[in-house]
Design a protein around this ligand. Structure first.
Ligand SMILES: N[C@@H](CCC(=O)N[C@@H](CS)C(=O)NCC(=O)O)C(=O)O
Length: 217
């Protein structure tokens, strides 16, 4: 079996999801570092989004598809449960994190700090203040979801947790969301507990925002 090659940036939350899948399943893989919008990403993903995967002569894009493929092809803990209800709940949470949480928490709130569109490079307070209520509402929803078992689905780790944890890593480091993820909250304890997993520790991003190879489209 060839070694999977993940192409992406170690600072990208979606690239980290796929790397954490590999770590959780002990998949021998390589990470090829690439900047946002790099030609090697565009060579595989039509819109230049990372991560992308090469596995022998098989190429794949979109993190959920890559994660599902790796989960099916490789042995190790099952990250999409075969039980129909638990599997469906995993899909439900991955979909919600991708369609609602990522746009609010990463693309709007985090990027207003990391890539502000202010002339002076300071955090974009207008964007941050406008999105804070939604940040608070989404974190409250997640807090409720993990309170009972410390997992989003059932009582063991699934792909749903692996899509959420890389986002929480960045939120812990920002002032407002950092306070919301205090250890007094179930979500704060959830993050801090899973932050001890080897898959989390081995994929901690280096400091600084990802570099961009091409202008924003
Ligand atoms: N739907 C894609 C989203 C991936 C994505 O947005 N990746 C970001 C980095 S975390 C990216 O490549 N951004 C480049 C850009 O927006 O130009 C997936 O799940 O793989």
């Amino acid at each position: 079996m060839p070694k999977p090659e993940i192409i992406g940036s170690s600072r990208s939350s979606y690239t980290r999801v796929v790397r954490m899948v590999c770590e959780e399943k002990a998949i021998d893989h390589t990470l090829t570092e690439a900047d946002l919008g790099a030609p090697e990403i565009f060579a595989i993903h039509p819109f230049g989004k990372m991560p992308v995967l090469r596995h022998g002569d098989f190429m794949l894009y979109e993190s959920k598809a890559i994660a599902t493929y790796l989960d099916r092809v490789f042995t190790g803990p099952e990250l999409i449960p075969s039980d129909p209800k638990l599997g469906a709940l995993t899909e439900q949470w991955v979909s919600l994190v991708n369609s609602a949480m990522d746009p609010t928490l990463v693309r709007t709130y985090l990027l207003a700090y990391a890539f502000p569109r202010t002339g002076d490079g300071k955090p974009d307070r207008i964007v941050i203040d406008a999105v804070l209520l939604r940040v608070r509402e989404q974190l409250a929803l997640l807090d409720k979801a993990v309170a009972a078992t410390g997992f989003l689905v059932g009582d063991s780790l699934t792909l749903a947790d692996l899509f959420l944890l890389p986002i929480l890593y960045y939120l812990k480091r920002l002032p407002e969301s950092g306070e919301m993820l205090d250890r007094s909250t179930a979500l704060g304890r959830y993050h801090d507990g899973h932050a001890e997993r080897p898959s989390y520790v081995r994929t901690i991003p280096p400091p600084g925002p990802p570099r961009r190879a091409t202008p924003i489209r």
